[in-house]
Write a protein that binds this ligand. Structure first.
Ligand code: MG
Length: 379
């Protein structure tokens, strides 16, 4: 490696000391990795995590996994990959404004949905049912399996060997914060920012996609506070917008309103933090998230989206079909394990056949899952 100790190369520690708040997670305080590695000459540990995630095959497969709507419904709406990029973009905006560690935020955001199986939550529920005697299936836990066991890119260790802060942040999602709450510890602020950004992202883009696909109308959505306010703001600025630009302007407002609210709320909350460090602030009852008014409006919108969009007859029909296929494949691969790739048959020796088959199925894209079904199990 070239010697980079020149006056023109700023180290990550120097840059972070100059830019970040005391309560940000500074790279220099990272607890490191499961398999110790020397520091990189010009990339900080969380930058390396981000790069490892982006170069992983599980990350690339997110482009073939649905968010809410399947590929058969068109190509306007979000996939799991574009959702992930929107979350990362919004989370970085919030993190930078609060002087948190943007590299860690980006790594956490790009990683947060990497464990989603094919066919979204329908797929997750089916796998959970298939594996109920084996401890069930959760996409949040499966993300950790990918990062620690399934990815193989490096000769020196299995998995991606991510920093413990990234793994712990994901574990918070998997355990719904229960373990941390019991220990009196909040997740790192960077983890809280990604959580908040995830929620504001899907509220905005599911509204956009659902209207674009014609499952609901903007006027139906405007019966609820958050969309009503956004629509009123847009109409004040542009009296007569046609449907398409109107929908886009409303979605823009939905994001702006939520980011503005979370930032205003967070800056008030963090003003009480003084010069606390990242570790100290975890012991304080401070949370980054929406104000109570916005939280109520979001709940209202999410109830509407759940009833009218996620449970729309067109989506229910796809859900039933996808779940039937996955269950048939789960049983079929166990009867004929020779149809699964050798590395999963090998894995069965360590984790048992049902879990190994579950891990194989969960890694599939929607299209690959359909292809394998048609090839081996359709008749
Ligand atoms: Mg998400």
């Amino acid at each position: 490696m070239a010697n980079l100790q020149t006056p023109n190369i700023q180290t990550t520690a120097e840059r972070e000391a100059a830019l970040l708040a005391s309560f940000a997670m500074h790279s220099a305080d990272s607890r490191g990795r499961t398999h110790p590695e020397p520091e990189h000459p010009y990339r900080g540990p969380f930058q390396r995590d981000r790069d490892r995630i982006v170069h992983s095959s599980a990350f690339r497969r997110l482009s073939g996994k649905m968010q809410v709507f399947t590929g058969e419904m068109g190509d306007y709406h979000r996939t799991r990959l574009t959702h992930t990029h929107e979350v990362a973009s919004i989370a970085r905006t919030i993190g930078r404004a609060l002087r948190l560690n943007e590299d860690l935020i980006e790594a956490l955001a790009l990683f947060h949905d990497i464990g989603h199986p094919p066919f979204g939550h329908a797929g997750e529920d089916a796998l959970d049912e298939c594996l109920r005697w084996e401890g069930g299936f959760s996409h949040n836990r499966y993300a950790l399996t990918i990062a620690e066991e399934l990815e193989s890119r490096y000769p020196a260790f299995p998995g991606l060997n991510l920093s413990l802060e990234v793994l712990e942040g994901q574990a918070t999602r998997a355990e719904k914060s229960a373990a941390y709450a019991a220990a009196g510890l909040a997740p790192l602020l960077e983890v809280q920012v990604v959580e908040a950004a995830d929620s504001m992202t899907y509220d905005a883009h599911d509204t956009d996609d659902a209207v674009k696909l014609g499952l609901v109308t903007l006027s139906e959505l405007a019966e609820h506070g958050l969309v009503r306010e956004a629509l009123a703001l847009v109409r004040r600025q542009y009296a007569d917008l046609p449907d398409d630009p109107l929908r886009k302007a409303v979605v823009h407002q939905l994001i702006d309103r939520q980011v503005g609210d979370v930032l205003a709320h967070a800056s008030r909350v963090l003003a009480e933090a003084g010069s606390a460090t990242a570790e100290e602030i975890r012991k304080l009852p401070l949370r980054i998230g929406p104000s109570s008014e916005l939280a109520e409006q979001k709940r209202e919108l999410e109830r509407f989206l759940y009833d009218q969009v996620y449970r729309h007859p067109r989506l229910i029909a796809q859900r039933v079909q996808a779940q039937g296929r996955l269950k048939k494949m789960f049983a079929g691969y166990q009867t004929r394990p020779e149809l699964a790739p050798p590395r999963f048959r090998q894995r069965a020796k360590a984790v048992g056949l049902p879990r190994a088959i579950g891990d194989y199925l969960a890694g599939m894209t929607d299209r690959y899952c359909d292809q394998q079904y048609a090839q081996h199990f359709a008749s």
